[in-house]
Design a protein around this ligand. Structure first.
Ligand SMILES: [Zn+2]
Ligand SMILES: [Zn+2]
Length: 142
């Protein structure tokens, strides 16, 4: 398994330089399209990706206890701008302060705020799934 921080492949700038396009559908949900035109559906909330690395090897990177692929690592470095709906990309100042910056309107958002919002959505997603499980187990509900 590869450490995210030391691997250039997992860096969003390397993806952009390599000609990848990341089309955000919602925060954490995106289509990643390679320069050759191959597309992958990425969902950071589950997390899942349709690429071979995730489907057959379960992801070559590890982040917060999850195995992920490079596409998931890239989408984690993007977000939707709440002001204009364009993509925001994770940026870092020289002294290590991490923030998301909108490519269109320049709106900036602190990385730790984006992270806590994602955690809250993940929690809501899990709670919804648990409710469905409970219903299928409950014999009176059929
Ligand atoms: Zn992938
Ligand atoms: Zn914006």
């Amino acid at each position: 398994m590869t450490n995210l921080q030391t691997d250039i492949q997992s860096d969003i700038q390397a993806a952009i330089d390599a000609g990848y396009k990341i089309e955000l559908q919602a925060d954490g949900v995106a289509d990643v399209i390679s320069a050759a035109g191959t597309g992958y559906s990425v969902n950071l909330r589950i997390p899942t990706c349709t690429c071979a690395d995730m489907q057959f090897r379960g992801g070559r990177y590890e982040a917060n206890g999850h195995r992920i692929c490079k596409h998931l690592a890239w989408v984690a470095q993007t977000s939707i701008c709440p002001h204009c709906g364009a993509g925001m990309v994770l940026t870092q100042t020289a002294d290590g302060f991490r923030y998301f910056e909108c490519v269109q309107c320049g709106n900036a958002k602190e990385a730790r705020i984006v992270k806590s919002e994602r955690e809250a959505r993940k929690e809501a997603h899990r709670a919804g799934r648990d409710r469905i499980w409970q219903r299928t187990r409950d014999p009176s509900w059929s």
